[in-house]
Write a protein that binds this ligand. Structure first.
Ligand SMILES: *[C@@H]1O[C@H](CO)[C@@H](O)[C@H](O)[C@H]1NC(C)=O
Ligand SMILES: *[C@@H]1O[C@H](CO)[C@@H](O)[C@H](O)[C@H]1NC(C)=O
Length: 263
């Protein structure tokens, strides 16, 4: 199993030697994905980065494996970014107060790889920071669907992380492809995405980012396989929608909608 989180040294990349394949992505138009979140994860021994996405002004979804590391002490969420290393007025940096890892998350086979983070304070919704809707329980994304995934992860396996948000369009695959590679693949809770011909893929540092199909978040970047770049496995959001709703109710009785921005 290959996890797609990014190990950073004080949020600067460690050098990493690889074979130099290009992961086939392009720069996203600045602020075209205002739901994208960048997660800085501090543990007692290392720092990591991951992606995530805003689903309510006080709630971000990501992959459980991003925050399930031993000794995770702090998670900070950056919203409204394009160049993550730039000093951008649009950026809002908000610590996560708590995070709720799925109780059946399993690190061994990356089942139920989902976490809901509660922000310490609500994000200011404006043209650069907005929520994305998530797939409902009955909304199943199937083979052949075209979806976008974006992130600040590596742009090649040489280990160059992107400063600006990158995106790639991927196709949902026949699940047999993932089942053939791994017996841990679960149809109800995972999505099999990408193929050997398109030469495009999410990569390290993209973990936790959303798979967006028809303007809704349907998947969460979870893991790949060590011997192959494709396919990749995403957490299937529709399967977890009832769990997500339940956690959001724990955040507080009052429903906090993502009001349309006014500035
Ligand atoms: C992690 O990041 C924090 C905050 O930037 C820094 O103080 C700390 O030294 C970093 N830890 C490691 C192991 O790089
Ligand atoms: C992916 O993003 C590109 C550019 O932002 C857009 O043209 C395309 O329609 C998107 N595809 C999907 C499936 O949303």
């Amino acid at each position: 199993m290959l996890l797609l989180l990014l190990l950073t040294n004080a949020f600067v990349l460690l050098p990493w030697a690889g074979a130099g394949r290009i992961i086939g992505r392009r720069k996203a138009e600045a602020h075209s994905k205002p739901y994208m979140a960048y997660l800085e994860i501090q543990t007692v021994s290392q720092n990591y980065s991951c992606g995530g996405f805003l689903i309510r002004p006080d709630a971000v979804l990501s992959a459980a494996h991003c925050v399930a590391m031993k000794g995770t002490v702090r998670v900070t969420v950056i919203l409204g970014a394009h160049n993550i290393r730039g000093r951008e007025q649009s950026q809002q940096k908000i610590p996560a107060g708590r995070w709720f890892i799925h109780p059946e998350y399993s690190h061994k086979d990356e089942e139920n790889d989902i976490v809901l983070l509660k922000l310490k304070k609500k994000a200011r919704i404006n043209k650069n920071v907005q929520c994305i809707s998530i797939a409902k329980e009955n909304e199943h994304v199937g083979e052949g669907a075209l979806c976008n995934v974006s992130g600040w992860g590596w742009t090649s396996d040489k280990g160059n992380a992107a400063n600006v948000l990158m995106e790639v369009e991927l196709e949902v695959q026949n699940e047999e492809i993932c089942e053939q590679i791994s017996t841990d693949y679960q149809r109800q809770s995972m999505i099999c995405v990408g193929d050997a011909y398109s030469k495009k893929s999410p990569y390290k540092g993209d973990s936790g980012g959303p798979l967006v199909c028809n303007k809704k978040a349907h998947g969460i970047v979870s893991h790949g396989y060590p011997e192959v770049l494709f396919p990749e496995v995403f957490t299937r959001i529709s399967h977890f929608e009832p769990w997500i709703r339940k956690q959001l109710r724990r955040f507080g009785r009052k429903v906090i909608p993502c009001f349309p921005f006014s500035d």
